[in-house]
Design a binder for this molecule. Structure first.
Ligand code: G6Q
Length: 552
């Protein structure tokens, strides 16, 4: 027997009949226009919508018929989606290449639930960490936790990258309205020293606490920034090593590395290898979020996540928000040939949401082999991108409306704003509805002519329409709703991964990046001319950089 055998995945044999049926079906519907589909069924807008757990999803402006949906649901069944969902929720090691369970859902499970990993119920540990985080957050927020000189901590800087940064930044921005305004929150991720320098340039080290967030505690960028922060803090606090305990805490799964760095493990908040980086914003990685919004709001956010988890786990697929979003994403990607998805939140507080989703979606589903290591024979993970509305309308929407590419859009809007100001909010929402309408229905040459447009200008002013979009509407962006929204996308990504039969939970591409730079760093720093064994382009670039450095 091989020493390290390939793990057995409990997965159904994927029958290809639904894929085949969808391919045939696509041919018969590819020419259908949304104008026609809406004209043929005046109730389409009501029928193709789901209202669940406080989110309203209108998916009627997708290029689908009832038959398309039926076949997509058949595809979900054939792919064994139900069993895969159950596998994830019950702690099966569905991240097969890393032989790990995938249990971000346990991070938001209520206290009385039990979820087992290797025979151990992990929910009590989750709550123990949450309780410690809450205690610490309260002490910081009420000024009980003092810095080395006795001053109150007013600034919190999260140092992390990727999954240990994007979630915290996104959540802080999204929930700024709920944040403690007497405190400053900043996030340092880039190994570019400018990131750190700008983050601290107006701060007093005596009032500044660093949270070093790193699952592995070995990531080059984070460790470099953490060392720089340590030096900055010590320099500002008279060099007393004891000050580190008051100004540094760690969030990690690696206690040994945390101690090595000089942070007392009493000031460490742990999590587990069954939490993937991009799925970790509601673990201790969310410590900065909890300090900003307070433990109660953090728990409300977890409740929102949990509500969506339960909906995903239990709702029938035809009324299941993440399943429908996932199925439609696959339809648009694999059958309509759309390479990208634009995420367009009409909510200023969600300005970092597209960046957050880029990691969640593309790191998860940017895969080229199936679970059994065979080349996938379909396009996987589409490219996600976006900007908050209405800013995007004045730049890239042109291409979405009239370009040659098909770009499905997710519009996200809220009935209430946290900052009611005159007519602003109605105007904002009017733009959501107007955009989805224009994308779907366009403007025919006849309509353009009827407006008195000269013949030569008509083609330029025609909008083909038939551009698919989803509209997600919720009451208001509060902690609970943010949890629901993030979980919606997490589970939609999972659904897509199941349909493609890939491992959505590893990230070997990211691991590669972590190793590559390490080889070149000494070649840049070595005072003696190094022997270079790269290709001629890389060798020349390294030499040129060294020369430019010398001339400074
Ligand atoms: C996320 C990825 C990656 C990771 C960062 C930071 O799913 O694995 O983005 O979060 O590379 O890793 P550490 O938290 O270990 O520093």
């Amino acid at each position: 027997m091989a020493a390290n055998p390939q793990p057995q995945v409990k997965k159904p044999a994927i029958k290809q009949s639904a894929w085949k049926a969808l391919t045939t079906h696509y041919k018969s519907v590819s020419k259908l226009h949304l104008r026609q589909l809406f004209a043929d069924d005046t109730r389409r807008g009501q029928r193709m919508a789901v209202d669940a757990v406080g989110l309203y999803l209108d998916y009627s402006k997708n290029r689908v018929t009832d038959e398309t949906l039926k076949l997509l649901l058949q595809l979900a069944a054939e792919s064994g989606l139900r069993a895969r969902i159950d596998g994830m929720f019950s702690g099966e090691k569905i991240n097969i290449t890393e032989k790990r369970a995938v249990l971000h859902v346990a991070l938001r499970a209520p206290k009385d639930e039990s979820i087992f990993v290797d025979g151990k119920n992990v929910v009590p540990e989750v709550h123990a960490v949450l309780d410690r985080m809450a205690k610490f957050s309260n002490r910081l927020r009420n000024g009980e936790w003092k810095g080395h000189t006795g001053k109150r901590i007013r600034n919190v800087i999260n140092i992390g990258i990727g999954g240990s940064d994007l979630g915290p930044v996104m959540a802080y921005e999204a929930l700024k309205h709920y944040s403690e305004r007497s405190m400053t929150f900043r996030f340092v991720s880039n190994v570019d020293g400018t990131d750190f320098a700008e983050a601290v340039q107006d701060l007093d080290p005596a009032e500044t606490l660093f949270i070093v967030s790193s699952k592995t505690f070995t990531t080059l960028e984070t460790m470099t920034n953490a060392q720089t922060a340590r030096a900055w803090s010590l320099a500002g606090l008279g060099g007393d090593e004891k000050s580190v305990a008051k100004h540094f805490v760690a969030v990690s799964t690696n206690a040994a590395e945390v101690s090595k760095f000089g942070i007392d493990t009493a000031n460490m908040f742990g999590f587990w290898d069954w939490v993937g980086g991009r799925y970790s914003m509601d673990s201790a990685i969310g410590l900065s979020t909890m300090i900003a919004i307070g433990p109660e709001n953090f728990r409300a956010m977890l409740n929102g996540f949990h509500e969506m988890d339960e909906h995903f786990r239990t709702a029938s697929f035809e009324a299941n928000l993440p399943v429908l979003m996932g199925l439609l994403a696959v339809w648009n990607n694999d059958f309509l040939g759309a390479d990208t998805v634009a995420v367009l939140p009409y909510e200023q507080y969600l300005k970092r949401f597209p960046a957050y989703l880029q990691q969640l979606t593309m790191e998860s589903n940017g895969k080229h082999v199936t679970l059994d290591g065979k080349a996938v024979n379909k396009e996987t993970g589409p490219i996600y991108w976006g900007e908050p509305g209405t800013n995007g309308q004045h730049s890239f929407y042109q291409l979405i409306h009239q370009g040659t590419r098909l770009i499905p859009c997710d519009f996200i809007g809220f009935a209430k704003t946290s900052n009611p100001l005159g007519r602003h909010h109605d105007m904002l929402l009017a733009n959501v509805f107007a955009q989805t309408e224009a994308l779907a229905f366009g403007k025919t040459p006849e309509q353009v002519k009827a407006e008195g447009t000269p013949d030569w200008l008509v083609p330029h002013r025609v909008f083909e329409g038939n551009r698919p979009s989803n509209t997600i509407l919720a009451e208001q962006l509060d902690p609970e709703t943010l949890g629901k929204l993030v979980a919606l996308y997490e589970h939609s990504v999972f659904t897509q991964g199941v349909l493609w039969n890939i491992d959505s939970f590893d990230q070997w591409g990211v691991e590669l990046g972590k190793v590559l730079a390490q080889r070149i760093i000494p070649e840049l720093e070595n005072p003696a001319e190094p022997v270079l064994n790269h290709d001629s382009s890389t060798n020349t670039l390294v030499r040129r950089y060294r020369k430019m450095k010398e001339q400074q």
